[in-house]
Design a protein around this ligand. Structure first.
Ligand code: GDG
Length: 484
């Protein structure tokens, strides 16, 4: 390994005659369901804009430094030609037809795998017809990677939509190093065993040289079923399978701490945070939730708990206020439509019952906000509520803690978020237990500033040790072959 010009650890390539400066060669390919750009949907606007999200900022500098290419789907079946590059990174688009969108994306990815991997919070749907589309689309991504990667290059594949790509790519290009990272949980064997195509999925993942998860528990769930179903052997962090070694480990993702801290000290964002509080009527306590509108995030349950806290007088309109941002997500999916409908019912019931003219009990935004506005909301909030039923990590919790540079603020956090294992200073809660949510919010409200500060210091100490660039580097470093 050598220290690279981009401040990262770069591998000592075994690519023989391949020059790292040869612009026609791609040393590192990232394969993700989505491209880092998306077509703007505004009327009369055919621009491509950066897709929001941590993965893009995590991987942009790494790909820029490594002559990289990003393979992904533009996000809609009918689209204009995406740009060839984004911030100096080459892009390669993989098309998905409308029928594949329904079977691969809405079907096998989001109606089978997503609920099953999130503790079957909603019953997973198994339809045989979806499998062929999942295979076909995975093969298209694998082929795109095989066509572009330099000999002995590195391919990093992301997430549950693409679990067959590692092995498909290995068959096409046995010379390359293949890494896979799962952003969502990997379920315990009792749940994974329900999956009709469980052996194929495992064989797909085991085509990688390194399979990474958010937390150690997910990694051990995976090794357990790999042993049981496919006869893999070896210790938990290194499996032997099909005559090869597959490394398995936890690589907890985190946030761009430098960027967030800079935003938190930006005078315009700080002023906006004060303005938000004024607009909310200068309440004593602002309680905030920010989630993608998804049934895994426990938003409805949280709002029911808050409604009961208004009912018993713990919360009082005017003195306290709740702000819930529910970012639109998977809107073409009927389950998500229903989720939105249910959520809007509990929100309006809460306001109808406990709001007053000029001071609603809850402000509900079903919108995608600019990142600066999100930061201002984090700064304006006294208590952040993060109560998913199950979450791979949860970056909102880490963003909130990172931006509280003055060490104020309290975090109520679900035990079932990956972030829980790193955030011992949070007010931990079982999000399935409505009384426990109420009790924990009460506890957070009544905790004095000294203890709250100690808790925040503990959380920031852990969160600020590494940033998202360290995360990407540590995964890519672990992916390089052992020199011995
Ligand atoms: C998956 C896994 C895992 C939210 N609202 C707005 C906005 N956001 C940004 C947040 C945060 C991101 O979206 C949400 O990340 P989460 O981690 O909370 O959740 P998922 O979207 O479910 O992500 C999860 C993650 O992948 C990474 O591996 O942690 O477990 O489910 O960064 O800031 N951004 C903007 N406007 C918004 O309104 N700009």
């Amino acid at each position: 390994m050598t220290q690279g010009i981009c401040g990262s650890v770069e591998p000592s390539w075994s690519g023989g005659s391949i020059s790292k400066s040869d612009p026609s060669r791609v040393e590192l390919v990232v394969v993700a369901n989505r491209l880092p750009v998306k077509q703007s949907m505004s009327l009369g606007d055919d621009e491509w804009r950066p897709s929001p999200g941590g993965l893009v900022s995590a991987l942009t500098s790494t790909l820029q430094c490594r002559n990289g290419l990003w393979i992904g789907w533009p996000g809609v079946a009918e689209h204009r030609e995406p740009p060839l590059t984004y911030k100096g990174i080459r892009l390669k688009s993989v098309d998905i037809s409308q029928a594949e969108y329904e079977d691969f994306y809405l079907g096998f990815s989001n109606a089978t795998l997503w609920p099953l991997y999130h503790d079957a919070i909603r019953a997973p749907t198994f339809r045989r017809a979806w499998w062929q589309a999942y295979r076909n689309v995975n093969m298209r991504f694998a082929t795109a990677a095989a066509e572009t990667i330099a000999p002995n290059g590195t391919v990093w594949i992301h997430d549950y939509q693409l679990q067959l790509v590692p092995n498909m790519l290995r068959e096409l290009r046995p010379d390359v190093r293949i890494g896979f990272f799962l952003h969502i949980p990997f379920p315990p064997s009792e749940l994974f065993m329900q999956l009709p195509r469980r052996r194929e999925i495992l064989a797909g993942l085991l085509g990688a040289d390194l399979v990474g998860f958010q937390v150690p528990n997910a990694a051990s769930n995976f090794t357990r079923v790999a042993r049981r179903l496919l006869g893999a052997t070896g210790v938990s962090s290194t499996l032997d399978y099909d005559g090869r070694t597959v490394d398995v480990g936890a690589f907890p993702i985190t946030v761009d701490t430098t960027r967030i801290i800079a935003k938190a000290s930006d005078p315009r964002i700080r002023e906006r945070a004060r303005e938000i509080r004024r607009n909310l009527g200068n309440p004593e306590i602002v309680l905030l939730g920010v989630d993608r509108l998804d049934y895994t995030k426990g938003i409805e349950q949280r709002i029911k708990a808050l409604t009961e806290l208004y009912a018993d007088g713990t919360l009082r309109s005017g003195q306290h206020v709740v702000v819930q941002v529910a970012v639109p997500s998977r809107e073409s999916d009927a389950h998500y439509d229903l989720e939105r409908h249910n959520l809007e019912q509990v929100v309006s019931a809460m306001n109808g019952e406990y709001g007053r003219v000029g001071s609603p009990a809850i402000h509900y935004l079903h919108q995608n906000l600019p990142f600066d506005e999100l930061m201002a909301l984090y700064l304006a909030a006294d208590i952040m509520l993060v109560t998913p039923f199950r979450d791979g990590m949860n970056l909102v919790a880490k963003e909130y803690v990172t931006c509280r540079t003055d060490l104020t603020g309290k975090l109520v956090l679900s035990e079932f978020a990956g972030a829980a294992s790193e955030m011992r200073g949070a007010f931990m809660v079982n999000p399935h237990d409505l009384d426990a949510i109420k009790e924990t919010i009460r506890l957070a409200m009544n905790t004095g500033s000294k203890e709250a500060r100690d808790r925040m210091v503990r959380m920031r100490h852990k969160t600020l040790r590494r940033d998202v660039h360290d995360w990407a580097h540590s995964f890519l470093e672990a992916l390089q072959p052992n020199e011995s």
